[in-house]
Design a protein. Sequence first.
Length: 173
Amino acid sequence: MQTHENNPTMHWKTPLTIVLVLFLIQGSDAHDLKLGLFECYVKNDQLYLQVKLDREQLLHAVTQSLPADSRQDDFEEAIFGYIHQRLALSFDMRPVHLTFFYIEYDTDFIRLRAKITNHDPDDTIHDIAVHITCLTETVAGQENIIQFHLNEQRRSFRLNKKRPYTQFTYPNS
């Protein structure tokens, strides 16, 4: 029986395989996920929606409609408007009103936070409908994940260009 210690071809195959695997991993687009995250939750007796989108892709989508001499405030208002136009959320057949109050940039993402102003967080929510098209028209393969942390339960859905809408009912708790 021949082990790899006395098989001369094994001495170069193993390191070559490792180098190839590392090269493929490094060269892949695994880090370039086309994913938006939307999270609806209750905190301190208030309903919130938090949004996290790719910075470069969102700025590209928004700047197409802005003049070249736009200020920082113009960009922020344009980002809030972009989300408002591409996100529809309703609780128990009533459209949700979002008031954005927070925006944060880093090198990879833009994070936004909004209060849901027309629904009492103490009321049990039974039926939810959501329609999201953020970045799905401009970014091939864009997926948007929406998570709900309501009624002491967690529900998550993946939406995209082919399936931008979902609705569901929380079981009676």
